[in-house]
Design a protein around this ligand. Sequence first.
Ligand code: ZN
Ligand code: ZN
Ligand code: ZN
Ligand code: ZN
Ligand code: ZN
Length: 313
Amino acid sequence: MQNRTDNKLKSVAKKLEELIPEGNAQIVYDKLREIMRSQKEYFETYSALSVLKLTLYIYSFKKTKNFDLADSIMNKLFFASLFATENNPHKETCDDCDGGGTYNCDDCDGTGNVTCNNCDGDGTETCETCDGNGTAECGTCGGSGEDEEGETCDNCSGEGTEPCDDCGGEGKTSCYYCSGDGEVSCNNCSSYGTLDCENCDGIGEIETDKIEYDIYELCSWDNNLYNILESKLDKDEPAISDENLTKFNKSFIILNTVEEYDEFNIELEEDMYYCFGVNKIDEIDLDTDIKLMHLSRNKFYIQLNDYIGNYIA
Ligand SMILES: [Zn+2]
Ligand SMILES: [Zn+2]
Ligand SMILES: [Zn+2]
Ligand SMILES: [Zn+2]
Ligand SMILES: [Zn+2]
């Protein structure tokens, strides 16, 4: 990344100025990043400092038709890293069910049905009427094989038996418990085939002790804001309320925001900003502490190098 000379940046600022709407420095920065996206190859070689200066030159030129305002801002410039939270616990995917909230029933392998115990899956049971023989006493001759005249019984041809009515002579009937299917509903899962994951109560996620929060990296040229943030740097109490920070919005630029989650070692107040980094421009290493980043979608942003570690459990 090379630092453009100030004169070079000023001439670029004059060219871009008309593409950028009126407003505070934040609007200039955000619009400039859109332009950078559309001319990726050209701006990729810019340093973070050059992008910042270009922002301020455009802002200055739009307001006053010269660059003095930008130069005075650069002299007072400081960077700050803040974070704020709504204290929402971070949720993680449940390992036990891979986030599905349920798992397959072991008893039925997820089918909802198990083999019928009564018939061992066969679907039939021994006929109770004939005890499995398939035959019953002949109803005509009462089993004697002869009719009243002593002749051979027509019905059973003298055998004395006839096929069992209940099983049609098969000796087996359809299983009473499974109606012949060989399977019955699984009791373990009420035939759903799945059971709610006990680890996550079927939700698929588990609340952790980690809290979701947002990091705001900004630069500002307001000495009052610097003093407020500097006095609360890395303190257990918030540095500034949401409402009060907004009052400074003509003199800061939010360079980027990041969503994070971590376990904190203090109770965090909501709608408040905590400060974990504040450095005047001459206190930072312009090559390593401030970087121009771009995401895969070519979204450019400036990133600072402060570490939130003091607050993290
Ligand atoms: Zn059965
Ligand atoms: Zn029978
Ligand atoms: Zn008979
Ligand atoms: Zn089951
Ligand atoms: Zn689960």
